[in-house]
Design a binder for this molecule. Structure first.
Ligand code: HPA
Length: 265
């Protein structure tokens, strides 16, 4: 059976419990080896990968994004569902709500963002008009509405370098630039998935209002506690979406680098 759906678990999502009969597999890539849990759900084979490691031991700026995406690609994954804990800059996106992100602003500083570094690989300038697969996003939104979860279809995710939280002045600036949500891991993951020609969607879980908007100081414990509160919702959302996802899609994700195949070619 082909593994076509990959789930990248962010903060608070370390457990492959959503899979039936999970087994661990080590996948070798040019960027290092990656341990992936593989299991089934409703007859579909899924791969699960905790972005920060099982014990949250890898900080956002040191995640091996290239190895993770390449490992999923090597397994045959065509669709990636990524979870992300985020702070909110938008009063209408409240803690406990879920947002299916449709755009991003990149404020990372130290991360390699490409598989194409010249040489035999060549140079690629991948299109980012629709960084997140609109069709997978629609399935997620439909699943969220069906389950009566508090969901938003679309939102601009700002990726900061971390691992520190932002200052209120930064949040004020990011809000004026059009950001709705802030997190530390969305980029370059989404970029690399696009270079790998996979459909990629982010399920952002709002865990807090961002610094200066929140009445209290931020802490990682607060983020983890909020993720734990939302774990059951997240799990049912993912499983409903997995049940509905089919492989035939007319989006541009699967030819983002190679270009569309001309009719008759
Ligand atoms: N900022 C950055 N990353 C985050 C936040 C935040 O407020 N909350 C959860 N992840």
């Amino acid at each position: 059976m082909a593994i076509t759906i990959g789930i990248i678990g962010g903060t608070g999502v370390y457990d492959p419990a959503m899979l039936e009969n999970p087994r661990e597999e080590s996948v070798e890539t040019p960027y290092g080896s990656v341990t992936v849990s593989i299991g089934t759900y409703r007859g579909k084979e899924l791969a699960f990968l905790p972005r920060h490691g099982r014990q949250h031991s890898i900080p956002p700026h040191l995640v091996n994004y290239r190895a993770n995406i390449r490992a999923l690609k090597k397994l045959g994954v065509k669709t990636v569902l990524a979870t992300a804990a985020v702070g909110s800059l938008n009063p209408s996106m409240k803690p406990g709500e879920l947002v299916f992100v449709d755009q991003f602003l990149d404020f990372t500083r130290s991360r390699v963002q490409t598989f194409y570094e010249g040489g035999p690989e060549g140079v690629v300038h991948v299109d980012m008009t629709e960084p997140y697969c609109p069709q997978v996003r629609e399935v997620l939104f439909r699943a969220g509405r069906t389950l009566r979860l508090p969901v938003h279809n679309g939102g601009t995710y700002v990726c900061t370098e971390g691992p520190r939280f932002e200052t209120p002045a930064e949040i004020n600036m990011l809000r004026q630039l059009g950001g709705d949500l802030v997190g530390m891991t969305g980029v370059p993951e989404v970029v690399l998935a696009r270079e790998a020609e996979m459909c990629y969607a982010t399920i952002a879980v709002v865990t807090n209002f961002a610094a200066g908007i929140s009445p209290s100081r931020l802490s990682h414990d607060e983020v983890v506690a909020m993720m734990a509160e939302n774990a059951a919702n997240l799990r049912s959302l993912i499983l409903q979406a997995v049940a509905w996802l089919d492989e035939e899609r007319s989006c541009a994700c699967h030819w983002a680098v190679t270009g569309p195949v001309a009719p008759g070619r």
